[in-house]
Write a protein that binds this ligand. Sequence first.
Ligand code: ADP
Ligand code: MG
Length: 637
Amino acid sequence: MENSLDAGADMIDVRLDNGGQGLIRVQDNGTGIAREEMSLAVTRHATSKIASLEDLERIRSYGFRGEALPSIASVSRFSLTSAARTADGGDAEAWHMELEFGRCVGEGPAALHRGTVIEVKDLFANVPARLKFLKTPATEFKRAQEWLTRLALARPKVGFRLASGSASGSERECLRFLPGQDVRTRLAVIWPELIMEALRPFDGERHGVRAHGFAALPEVAQLRGDRILLYVNGRIVSDKRLLAAVREAYKGRLTSRDYPQVILFVEMDAAEVDVNVHPAKSEVRFRDESAVFSAVLYAVQSALTTPLEASLGDRAPGENSRPAEVPQASLLPPRPRGFWGTVDHAPIMADRFARSDMPDEDVWEVRHPEPQPLPDMDDGAAAVLPPLRSGLAETPAAFGEGVLPPPAEKPVPPTARPAKTVPPAVSVAVSSAPEVIAEAPAPVAALGGGAMPLRIGEFCYLGQVADTYLVVRDREGALLLIDQHAAHERVLYARLRHGAFSGTGQCLALPLELSLHPAEQERACALQETLAQMGFEVELAQGVLLARSIPPSLNRAEARDFLREALAGRKDDLAAMFISLSCKGAIKAGQRLAPDEAAGLLQQWLETPERDYCPHGRPAVLRWDAGALERLFKRKQ
Ligand code: ADP
Ligand code: MG
């Protein structure tokens, strides 16, 4: 089908017998293949689509490797019939070629008016091992149908037809897309009416990247992730960054269990995107990822913004309403969000997305921090690391100037202990090969080595040390150590103050029950609203408090503790309650974070006001720029 589209066809007819195992037949009315080029077309690495290096750098066709026809021809009984157009636009005499498992077994004139017909029979008959991997005919047919539909959505001007045939020759039409339909009409064939009614169009351009399509309002979100269709320059892709941008646009509007429903077309200069990075071409690489990210984010957001929100200026209704040069971190609009890890940022790099086929139901699953056994790195191994030098930890003065901004109180020195742990691998690509690192400032080089750091706006996340501190390089190239607990506390605290958690509580299957003293009863009444603001949903009856839902960041025991404290009146003011709740809910020190989790936390932290200190007043970040490092290494006085 992609070859047919590359050949300018506007009608493509596909027939599958027995899910494709009997016959795969694709007919088109494209330009055809000239007789003298036919044998080249089935020769490996021969393509008519790339003529120069220039072409290779800006690929606009689906094909460019010359792999499909020869590969298929080598594992099937293959026939190619084509009628090329002549120079004057007429149809040349058709020619036919037959191959059996890669060998030409005959050719000659054929009867075909125009275009190309390809027939594949006995697929994998000569590689029984591959045959075993085919699913049932029904499943294979369904996959083919999905793929055809996705392609049809990308090329609405082109007519498509899919039929299922039988050995006796009879045919049943399963799907038909008339040429010239619009995307919406085609989507309506596969998406239910409810979703179609909730679809809002979007179309925006930023930094030379156009993002358009349709996004369903969050109200109709469902627990399935199969309605996220992504395209880059007409090519079907599954790209993590695009997914993250879409997810970001829905942030605060969906719970972690819901999936957005979006069809997104990204159009950009072909030179800005590398399509030759994946064997199935389902992944792409963008030269400027953040440009694509923000183009998609803003375009999708514009579809979701209600008129009220737009008038409040809370969200950008369109791409033109914001100054063009906002630093990336602040590009992300301040929206109420759930607690970390539950309702929040989808993992920036969820390795599941690397799949080439349709997104599955679990693609959005947020991975929770899971303590993992330390690979091969016990105390013994740590002992061979160079010992921690020169009172790094004992000289707060050396660190004081690194704190941003100058601390109000005496800064607490970082608990720089030799890293006994192995940091999580910095990118998905290397996640199975963690590196051993030395102590505090040194990791930057070690962590950067060979691995691709995660970018968060102008910041680069390099890894975690001591299972507690996130190592980051900032826009000036300075080294930051961020205390994950303190940073997260600050994030949660800021959100609590904005009432961001009302309605986000996790429902308990078994409500939490607390018996109340008479004095507590009164206080519980007074606190009910505040508690709701925090994500607690409580009911009061004579002498008992029933919590039906609790903030998603707390487990049962923590929630019980918190309520006890709150009811006992020990947390007398609201701020103190917020601090206590943030502290209980925040990621703890000593908890290993996966790179995407750390990046998610950093991203949220960067958007939070007063982020340099935790709500208790401890520093959340220490910073050393080049000068400070030079002094530490005694290169300079
Ligand atoms: P690629 O698409 O990467 O060039 P293929 O193996 O898919 O490689 O196809 C080889 C060549 O055969 C193409 O470059 C094209 O010239 C020709 N071709 C294949 N299918 C068609 C078609 N349906 N119509 C016209 N030409 C075709
Ligand atoms: Mg091809």
